[in-house]
Design a protein around this ligand. Structure first.
Ligand SMILES: [Zn+2]
Length: 302
């Protein structure tokens, strides 16, 4: 195969060879793949070509369900991402959802640069990419991340020090958002259709080393203890169950009141969060509750 071969032809040629190699090495692989998928993980990552999920994790086709976009966003008004999440959690049975940022992220770098611009006017729509109008799709997409970068107060921090901070805080913000989605809060309070536990995680991939770093912001379902032994039972009034989704309505929008994060590494820090601030960068209309929350008994998994 020539290095100078047209990239399209090179990809097709390489694919044919790959399929042959796999067929030879594992004759039943494609036959089994065709029967269905049961990925263990949903990867929410950046579209950056240098962070290919399956390759950097040594995974085979069928192991990772993937949603990628510019700067690995999980927005609470994004039907694309929310539908991927819902399908992965409830119909494919993924046990892990991982938000993966990466070093040298162009999206994050653009947002940082805009945030460090002394002429930035936060009262107006932000043109993160100055060559495009503020209402262009790319600028609308990047605006919440630019506002997050502004909140980090990095105006006098050198770019090379500030960018890793934006990347990391972005991942943490998207994990926060994940914890507010219906798909995740329902998995933690009611369980999933397939009955698996679901954990969420935040990682950063280092492009210069090829290594993934765990930010230790993982959360998972409540401890599986008998009701009487579960500390949270002492205060049943603290619990607000998530309502059934109402079909035809935006049921995947967040229930701010119902976000119930559980920190599996430090269970003693368990503390159901009641009403909290709306997601940064998402207007109140997206924090709507489908139906008024009602108090009820604590649900504990058997
Ligand atoms: Zn990126």
């Amino acid at each position: 195969m020539s290095r100078h071969e047209h990239p399209i032809q090179r990809m097709l040629t390489a694919n044919a060879q790959w399929a042959e190699d796999v067929q030879r090495a594992e004759p039943s692989f494609f036959e089994q793949s065709a029967k269905g998928q049961s990925p263990h993980t949903l990867w929410i990552g950046c579209a950056d070509s240098r962070v290919p999920d399956s390759i950097v994790t040594g995974s085979k086709p069928g192991e990772i369900f993937v949603h990628r976009n510019i700067a690995n966003q999980l927005k609470l008004d994004d039907y694309n991402a929310l539908s991927v999440l819902r399908y992965a959690v409830d119909y494919l049975g993924v046990e892990h959802v991982v938000v993966v940022g990466h070093t040298e992220c162009g999206g994050a770098a653009a947002c940082l640069a805009a945030a460090q611009d002394v002429n930035l006017d936060l009262d107006k729509p932000i043109a993160t990419v100055g060559s495009l109008p503020p209402d262009s799709s790319l600028n609308r997409w990047l605006e919440p991340l630019t506002r997050l970068a502004v909140s980090l107060e990095l105006s006098s921090t050198p770019h090379e020090e500030a960018l890793p901070l934006v990347v990391e805080e972005n991942v943490k913000m998207q994990v926060e958002n994940l914890a507010k989605t219906h798909a995740i809060t329902e998995a933690w309070t009611k369980g999933t259709r397939k009955g698996q536990d679901v954990w969420i995680h935040g990682w950063v991939y280092d492009i210069s080393t090829g290594k993934l770093r765990d930010l230790n912001v993982s959360r998972g379902p409540p401890p599986k203890k008998p009701l009487a032994e579960t500390p949270v039972c002492a205060e049943p009034e603290e619990y607000i169950p998530v309502d059934e989704p109402v079909y035809g309505q935006p049921s995947d929008y967040i229930h701010v009141d119902n976000a119930l994060p559980y920190y599996y590494e430090e269970p003693e820090e368990y503390n159901p969060i009641k009403a909290g601030p709306a997601h940064y960068g998402v207007s109140e209309e997206y924090a709507q509750v489908d139906k008024p929350p009602k108090a009820g008994p604590i649900q504990v998994f058997a």
